[in-house]
Write a protein that binds this ligand. Sequence first.
Ligand code: ZN
Length: 286
Amino acid sequence: MLYIGSHVSFNKDTQLIGVVETALSNNANTFMFYTGSNQSTLRFPIDKNLTDKAHQIMCENNIEREKCIIHAPFIINLANNSDERKYQFYIDFLKQEIDRCIALGINNLVLHPGSHVSVPKDEALLSVSKGLNEALKEGQNINILIEYMSGKGTEVGSTIDELKTILENVIYKDKVFICLDTCHINDAGYNLNNFDDFLDEFDQKIGIDKIKCIHINDSKNSIGAHKDRHENIGYGTIGFETLINIIYNPRLDNIPKILETPFIEDKSPYKTEIEIIKQKKFIEFK
Ligand SMILES: [Zn+2]
């Protein structure tokens, strides 16, 4: 089954209800949101009444909670532990973010593995696993989805091997998964026209069953550019056909696909992009 949705915004007054209503207005059957700004750790309390009402709306509209996603803010950086106080702050914030996911009943949390900055890469990868080991608890109903990065700057997690190292060193293996991103994989150096080769390698080293979400974005840059600049579907270097082949790849059936493409003159492109994905037919929209 195709689960297709997009990034949507979460605000203080309508919270999860606003998220669900936006997703429905785009004809999406999944969604992803940040519980506040993606650049800061400022967060407001989760309202239980709004959450309960949202769950009811989701139920009535066949949106399955286990296919929906929350994204942690970018500033959490578990890859650099050189400043102990900061590292601990990120771990503590991640714990709070996990509690928010549980309160919202959305148990998939995408997390960027972070940037190593001054720390050697192998140490940085261990530091990510160690941070996860501290943030997670036995018996918690949460999936952390480590995102495949483009390798911009000193980002870690831009190869299958690096992600494998992170997963190998986590204690709660049943709680840590992977989120792919087509723009990031392209920018990290893979040709997505050979996506089945990528999946073969991923399956052999990590296992396709570890993929819990895929961000669907075209890229403004060429293969291996390490830039991470998302483009609207069909307007970038990856192209519509290649993205459609990934979205409908039978090996990725039932895995939620989330658009994080840019707004066009302050307008959301998601309803149109979801429509052309469902039709598998490109039409000019900008
Ligand atoms: Zn991300």
